[in-house]
Design a protein around this ligand. Structure first.
Ligand SMILES: Nc1nc(=O)c2c([nH]1)NC[C@@H]1CN(c3ccc(C(=O)N[C@@H](CCC(=O)O)C(=O)O)cc3)C=[N+]21
Length: 381
């Protein structure tokens, strides 16, 4: 059967080398929410249309088990043959495909709104400096907006801009009725105080969900954030759409960044998981990770999580996007996750690939948050 239930301990006491700043990998984060009422408002359209045929059950099984929950009790035949043919292989969670579905749903809602009340949602992106990776992300976001009919606004400021100049642009967008979402591309140049800048975004337009008031509400029971950070929201959305049960499960989040790890842990807890957060000062992180039914890794260390860290049948969401040298690739590098994919796929019951996993979901969630914002501001249901 798939996972050998004996887990080797060996070679994997590697040190955790987390980067605590929000650079590189941390680089992919945006918000979504989990409490049922928020979720309903933001995403009711997907939840209705998506009818997962199978539930990947995680939990106390020795071996991964996939249980079909289709009403006829018959699994879709293509899936069944795939499952039989590749016993030792986890289901690949296709973030690219799900992100496309979400973008299509957003596009349909955007055109409905335009037709009904003549309002087009608008997203403003502020980019300070000329980091190549940031410029790429901003370009991709702009393109994604255009594809779904969201109007995009750009402010590109020079590397040596002052904090005041950045905040002046934010105020302009705060006061612009055509703008419903404001995203400040992170990381900012080091001379600029990130806190002051993020605090300046009005919370009604904080589609990244990074404003302390939105994070504070996310952390409190019975409160609802206006927006949930996009990357963690994308992780939870993938679990939902693949029918992964979260309630009552043990979840481990690896990494505690403000943009991914911390909000991901809060979201899992709101979904009734029992959550541990493993970080750079955790002793024996693999011991915690090995207990987890669900692992979300957001560290930025290529292949850090080995097969021996993984409980057979666990579901793995890999947020890391790490470049590693590869002379065979035209770019000279390729992207890998935090999790050693080749090992994990033999042990987990489901896993997100890198690329094509969480990354595309981040952008889809940003578009969805922007639509939600425009609807809320214009009281459009
Ligand atoms: N305020 C703010 N919000 C952000 O959401 C934010 C940010 N700052 N700073 C930078 C990071 C980075 N980020 C990514 C989004 C999508 C992919 C993505 O789609 N990646 C593709 C790979 C693309 C490739 O091949 O290069 C994938 O994983 O399949 C990656 C990274 C959002 N970020």
């Amino acid at each position: 059967m798939a996972a050998s239930s004996s887990i080797t301990t060996s070679s994997t006491t590697s040190k955790l080398l987390f980067t605590s700043s929000s650079t590189s990998t941390a680089a992919r984060l945006l918000p979504f929410t989990t409490t049922s009422s928020f979720k309903c408002r933001a995403f009711h359209f997907h939840r209705h249309r998506f009818n997962p045929l199978l539930h990947v059950h995680v939990g106390p099984f020795k071996n991964p088990r996939i249980v079909f929950t289709h009403s006829t009790n018959r699994p879709p035949s293509s899936f069944v043959s795939a499952a039989l043919a590749t016993e030792a292989s986890a289901k690949v969670i296709d973030g690219k495909k799900v992100a496309k579905e979400i973008r299509d749903e957003v596009a349909a809602e955007v055109s409905k709104m335009k037709e009904a009340i003549g309002v087009v949602p608008g997203l403003a992106v502020i980019l300070v400096g000329d980091r190549k990776d940031s410029a790429t992300y901003v370009r991709n976001k702009k393109k994604a907006c255009e594809d779904v009919g969201i109007k995009s606004f750009d402010a590109r400021l020079p590397e040596d801009s002052t904090e005041e100049e950045v905040i002046k642009h934010i105020s302009g967008f705060n006061n612009d009725p055509a703008v419903h979402g404001i995203l400040v591309q992170l990381p900012l140049p080091s001379h600029i105080n990130e806190q002051n800048v993020l605090n300046a975004v009005c919370i009604e337009k904080d589609v990244d969900g990074f404003h302390p008031l939105n994070i504070g509400r996310l952390a409190m029971r019975g409160r609802e954030p206006l927006f949930v950070p996009c990357t963690p929201k994308g992780c939870i959305e993938l679990l939902h759409r693949y029918g992964v049960v979260i309630k009552g499960k043990r979840a481990v989040v690896i990494g505690r960044s403000n943009i991914v790890g911390m909000p991901a842990a809060l979201l899992l807890q709101r979904e009734d998981a029992t959550v541990s957060v493993v970080h750079s000062r955790t002793k024996n992180p693999e011991e915690f990770t090995r207990e987890a039914d669900i692992i979300i890794s957001a560290v930025g260390q290529a292949n850090m999580v080995k097969g021996s860290w993984i409980k057979p049948g666990a579901v793995i969401i890999d947020v890391g996007i790490n470049p590693v040298e590869d002379s065979k690739s035209p770019r000279g590098y390729r992207l890998v996750g935090d999790v050693c994919y080749d090992e994990a796929i033999k042990i987990a019951s489901a896993i997100t690939p890198v690329p094509g996993g969480v990354g595309p979901m981040t952008i889809a969630m940003l578009l969805s948050n922007t639509l939600t914002s425009a609807k809320r501001i214009h009281n459009f249901k």
